[in-house]
Design a protein around this ligand. Sequence first.
Ligand code: PGA
Length: 252
Amino acid sequence: MRKKIVAGNWKMNNTLQEGVKLAQDVNAILAKEAPKCTVILGTPFIHLADVVRNVDNKLVKVSAENCADKEKGAYTGEVSAAMVKSTGAEYVILGHSERRAYYGETDEILKNKVDLALANGLQVIFCIGEVLEQREANQQNEVVKAQVENALFHLSAEQFSQIVLAYEPVWAIGTGKTATSAQAEEIHAYIRSVVAAKYGNQVADDTTILYGGSCKASNAPELFAQPDVDGGLIGGASLKAEDFHGIIAAFK
Ligand code: PGA
């Protein structure tokens, strides 16, 4: 059975103190009523160790939002997968469209990051998704197929089991414009078929595929009810504990 997941992606928000408070608030809400899905907080690097210490690991898992494409050494300002792992974080978000668009992360760079993350015992939340012009040209399927193939399909089936996919149409991120549940289901089913063609039906069936892009408490139940939508990667609505909990509560 594949995991249901609601993962927050704080992006570049919250001071250390604000982030710790938010994590404590999320943890306190979930301590009252255990979530029916895996809950992950994706935080900036500097928050990781403190957030890990401030949540109950049975209720809340912690993720970085990035890691370096090099193992270690003279790479000023970078943070390695081993460093992320040493904080107690269990996941890392890789391939987010903001990293691809603003920091020039190519499939080749992402492939290295994925390899280093897995080699250091991190699970990867790997983001894929098309931009508006590609959607308008009906190229979304070929775009996500290439993103998955180029950065992930060198992995063994066992390694691939450590990957969570997150489909995030770039036109829906932070725009208030959500893919309809039908649009999400259609492309999630397609992504699963791409995984099945490479790794077989069992692996594809066990792969968690999250939806991301203006997901909130009001639209999460319908999105998550789709057979191939296994939860969400949440940006803006993960920055307030109540809003984030509203999405987690979509899994009853
Ligand atoms: P959003 O961001 O929920 O604010 O649209 C999602 C994401 O970028 O992961």
